[in-house]
Design a binder for this molecule. Structure first.
Ligand code: VG1
Ligand code: CO
Length: 544
């Protein structure tokens, strides 16, 4: 086996977004495209030689081929050892768990998360650092700069390796271990949650649940945890076989793309609890019988009930949420007397807070929640957290959320996405909002008066790094907010996200329909931003 040096030329479009580099499969399949990016990762890690990396992906189309290439390049670049998930499968949280559990130097995750897969779908790659979390901006920026100047990459000339069974072998000078993708993750979950109590609930004959893995990576994890470990009836996990194209669907756990589950939970004979996760297993949607739990509320309920759960019964160090996430959790933090941090969108911004023990639980409105047990968001963790709370409290999901609102007030919250709109219009939408900043403050729209209008900027309290222009915020004197952001994960055109939030302390008004309760604010958003004009759409693609 010999190492070959291949000459290449840079691609100009390899800048990582909110969560790694995501492109259509057809782009990734261009000659040298994947190799350039992987070599740029390796070139940006000066201490890599002899170290251990974790490697795996969500099983989408091109996962296996990419893993073969990356293994051969890792060997040629002097990596000491790679632990790769059996069949090339690792969920994002399981990768984070393995990086930490094996003191690895870092990990490479192959996923485009919730973006569709298959030959005509998307592929993605992201690098995670030693703490198990997504590379911070200074690392992704270094990788990007390298992609702009790269002239060669290194790869081992060798036959493909067999990833179908666990075992160890050499690839050139590098050790490869094909490891159990599921077991270490389950052990971590068992250390945090009361599996006996949850099992009692799931096998007691009263309580029924349904878990939709959307033909993505959590299938094997969910079956092992819910059906095998916790005794839920066979068939509890639906769409549990990972498919290269996710069965043609969007593996995005929301009310639109997880329609099969939503129909089950809102139908006759609905089970008591439903959950779904995304392509790479880091997101979750929680449903009760005929009841949707908004992810911002889920974060608040988890925080308020953390003392009931084994792994979190001691005082929480603090909580953190992304800026567009509703302030429901802020109210819980206030009551608990702990700090609440507000970060830009993207899990990488929680890493420092978790490492410095400033936050224990973190969450995003985009169906992502997790804690300091790893450094990624964790879909099944959130599902188990809810099951543990339900098993302790013996109340329904709806009762738990409604009593939460009674205690803390309700933050009505919704996100309107305009997907795949023209990039030019989307940029103009944001720019004309920026031009209005000075004139907006003090203006009144019905019952709403603008208190501030600005670009959100974040200074990391641990390392002082500054991230600017992280979303346009328009705040009103009563605490309501409208936020506009352009997605950093899409691959076609632009996606405009509009986040709407208003606070309702009056318990008699908390049961309104969300879109109704936010109706006036939705109109104000249109009035200020002219969304229809700039997106050329008369309604959002997805409302959550
Ligand atoms: C979206 C979400 C963000 C999340 C990111 C990655 O980013 O809004 O909260 O962290 O996806 O999640 P954007 O830039 O499209 O709004 V995942 O599950 O795709 O790794
Ligand atoms: Co994801």
């Amino acid at each position: 086996m010999s190492i070959i040096k291949v000459s290449t030329t840079p691609f100009s479009d390899q800048k990582p977004g909110t969560s790694g580099l995501r492109k259509a499969v057809t782009v990734f399949k261009k000659d040298h495209y994947l190799e350039n990016f992987v070599q740029s990762i390796f070139d940006s890690l000066p201490e890599l030689k002899g170290k251990t990396l974790i490697l795996g992906g969500d099983g989408r189309y091109y996962n296996r081929q990419a893993i073969q290439t990356i293994l051969k390049m890792a060997s040629a670049n002097g990596v000491g050892r790679v632990l790769v998930g059996c069949d090339g499968i690792l969920s994002t949280p399981a990768t984070s768990c393995l990086i930490r559990g094996n003191n690895a130097y870092g990990g490479i995750i192959l996923s485009a998360s919730h973006n569709p897969g298959g030959e005509n779908g998307d592929f993605g790659i992201k690098y995670n650092v030693t703490n198990g979390g997504p590379a911070p901006e200074k690392v992704t920026e270094a990788i990007y700069q390298r992609t702009l100047t790269i002239e060669e990459y290194f790869i081992l000339e060798s036959a493909d390796v067999n990833l179908n069974n666990q075992g160890s072998f050499k690839l050139g000078d590098m050790d490869v271990e094909v490891v159990d993708s599921v077991k270490p993750y389950i052990e971590l979950m068992e250390s945090l949650f009361d599996f006996d109590l949850i099992k009692k609930m799931l096998t007691g004959g009263q309580f029924k649940m349904c878990m939709d893995s959307l033909h993505a990576v959590t299938g094997p994890y969910a079956k092992a945890i819910f059906e095998q470990k916790l005794g839920a009836t066979a068939g509890t996990v639906i769409n549990g076989v990972p498919l290269e194209d996710f069965g043609g669907g969007h593996p995005d756990p929301n009310l639109v793309y997880a329609k099969e589950l939503v129909d089950i939970l809102f139908g006759d004979n609905a089970p008591d609890f439903g959950a779904a996760s995304d392509g790479d297993g880091d997101r979750n949607m929680i449903l009760g019988k005929h009841f949707f739990v908004n992810p911002s509320d889920s974060l608040a309920v988890i925080t308020a009930n953390a003392h009931l759960v084994k792994g979190y019964k001691d005082r929480l160090a603090g909580v953190a949420r992304s800026m567009p996430t509703s302030a429901a959790v802020d109210r819980v933090a206030e009551k608990l007397g702990i700090d609440c941090y507000e970060t830009p969108t993207g899990w990488k911004f929680f890493g420092n807070l978790l490492d410095a023990n400033k936050a224990t639980i973190c969450g995003e409105e985009s169906f992502g929640t997790s804690s300091n047990h790893i450094r990624e968001k964790d879909g099944l963790w959130a599902v188990l957290f809810w099951l543990n709370i339900l098993a302790v409290r013996q109340e329904s999901v709806e009762q738990i959320v409604k009593s939460h609102w009674q205690t803390y007030g309700r933050n009505f919250y919704s996100r309107h996405d305009y997907e795949e709109v023209a990039t030019e219009g989307a940029n103009e939408l944001v720019n004309q909002l920026r031009n209005q900043f000075d004139t907006l403050v003090g203006k009144t729209y019905g019952k709403y008066t603008v208190k501030y209008a600005d670009d959100f900027s974040y200074t990391d309290p641990v390392d002082g790094s500054i991230s600017e222009k992280q979303g346009v915020r328009i705040g009103f004197t009563d605490g309501s907010r409208i936020i506009f952001r352009l997605s950093g994960t899409g691959t076609k055109g632009a996606t405009v996200r509009v986040y709407l939030e208003s606070y309702e302390p009056d318990t008699t008004k908390q049961n309104l329909d969300t879109q109704e309760a936010l109706g006036d604010l939705i109109q104000v958003a249109e009035e200020i931003a002219h969304i229809k004009k700039y997106t050329n759409r008369d309604k959002p693609t997805v409302i959550t």
